[in-house]
Design a protein around this ligand. Sequence first.
Ligand SMILES: Cc1cc2nc3c(=O)[nH]c(=O)nc-3n(C[C@H](O)[C@H](O)[C@H](O)COP(=O)(O)OP(=O)(O)OC[C@H]3O[C@@H](n4cnc5c(N)ncnc54)[C@H](O)[C@@H]3O)c2cc1C
Length: 575
Amino acid sequence: MLFSSYPQVAVSDLREEYDYIIVGGGTAGCVIANRLTQDQHISVLVAERGSVSNGLISRIPLLSSHFASDGSRSRVWRSVPQEHVDGRIIDLVGGNSVGGSSKINAMLYTRGLPGDYNSWGRDGWRYDDMQPYFIKSERFLDCKDDTVDYHGTSGEWPNRSHKQSHWKHTDEIISATTELGVPYVDDLNLPLNPSHGCTKMHYTIDSSGRRSSTLTAFLPAELMKARKQHLHLCTGAIVQQVEITNKTGGASAEGIWLQSEKSLSSRFVRARREVILTAGPISSPQILMLSGVGPEGHLRDHGISVMKDLPGVGSNLQDHLAVPLQFRIPLNDSLAKLELRPWIIIKLMFLYLFFGTGLLLAPVLELSIFLQSRLLHSGSRAVVTRSKADVDAALPGNLPDIEIMPISWADVKKHRQGGLSFFSVTLRPSSKGTVRLNSSDPRASPLIDPNYFSSSRDWAVMRQSIRFSLSIKDQLLLQKYPIFDVHVPSSESDEDIDAFIRKECQSTNHYTSTCRMMPEEEEGVVDDRLRVHGVKGLRVGDSSIFPHILSAHLAAGTVAIAEKCADMIKEDRSA
Ligand SMILES: Cc1cc2nc3c(=O)[nH]c(=O)nc-3n(C[C@H](O)[C@H](O)[C@H](O)COP(=O)(O)OP(=O)(O)OC[C@H]3O[C@@H](n4cnc5c(N)ncnc54)[C@H](O)[C@@H]3O)c2cc1C
């Protein structure tokens, strides 16, 4: 064991074999490890590239997100030059420690709408099938009597609403968007909500005001100690490939090859039953390809023996792209005050540690606005709903394709005032990209081409999103809230907006669908039980299996997928 406080096993001390091997102890991997080891007769190895990294800073909400962290829990890949946005290279961030991206994300807990899951068209994956899995993992700390049927209150993973807003602009934006025809939605995770609205967010923050990642929720130290005989966590371990053999019955996963981050010598560990890939939407397809599962020609180009020709591996990459518009607002109403008066942090630390209050508890985003572009009228100045059917959230045709995230920060240092950004996001992109191997070295970054804005529809939706963001700003001014342009398109013409988009767009780090759950002939990688097509003993259980991206933030959906994956593994074992 390496550390007495949190049980871990070094690469050299691993057993020869385990029942299940989980590759990647991230958001999904921690959930699956917890569920499978509820049975003490089942042995599980979790191999994770990063470290445990669970110090105080990694749990203070405001300081633990990627933008404020020292990078020890995250990893940044660089996209290939993006043809449709002036050849820009876009930074793509992902988690790189136990708990994965749930350790560095913005902690927003959004399930997505029933129509999201209904639109997948997969057996057993409609919203009604998924709701029990949301409820199973969830511990909603602010559940009301009339919503108790829809929320979990005793699961491992806490989330809560923000009782008190930190910013005056939050209520001002709610009034502004109501004026523009957007309804206010009280609890964004209820399936009966309309499919658009302005809503305060829920956060994966526990009752003590600490970030709750899937590490702290599903693999806390006490659980790891209680299960140390049959649950081994190996950190700093790079999984190089899954060993796949081709026998008479077809291809079959036998185990994994891994090496310690610090050494180049590799070792093999056998999986008696299954290998489960949860390395995330960039690394899961990379590992599959390194294992000989992927597009045949591409594998041959890298000298990799083909175990299964599966063109969908690494294809269909989707992401939510954002364009921030930046404004000046009063300093006291913005996080910028911490930049200009850094000494406030001392007072904030005191408030947070002794009273569990103050700005350190605050996420950067208090509310969000979800819109359907087809309901925007008058040059995207207002929302017009003709009938209830327009906003029935169970219907895939009604899914929001725009999100506007007001973030209480903008780059306004030179103005010595506060800043507010409206991140305009396209939620249902038609553009799709790829993850491909750059080399056969498992340590090398793959070639990631999100192919942003390759579809003209995405341009049209983003323009509408930006125009509506500007309408909110105008409405705030009418309400006498002092907000002024700092960085916005020079005019509202298509040309000026497009130039701004090309220059400013950035990833929200919501990658999906690179191992999507679809039939093989439709570029699918896994079947409806998350088994890799044509390879026995191999599943994928992370956010790469989404048939297409949700109209929401992805962590809650990823955990529900992991819960369902664990259940299916258990069912298949006893079948
Ligand atoms: C900065 C940021 C902000 C976000 N904000 C939000 C938000 O507020 N709300 C929300 O719902 N969603 C948010 N998301 C998205 C969401 O967090 C992710 O979609 C989700 O957590 C992905 O889960 P996953 O299990 O698929 O992958 P991850 O959680 O990324 O886990 C993958 C794990 O595999 C490990 N790994 C990779 N390769 C190997 C290898 N070869 N060997 C061993 N281990 C390996 C990684 O180190 C990592 O721990 C955000 C994401 C980011 C990056």
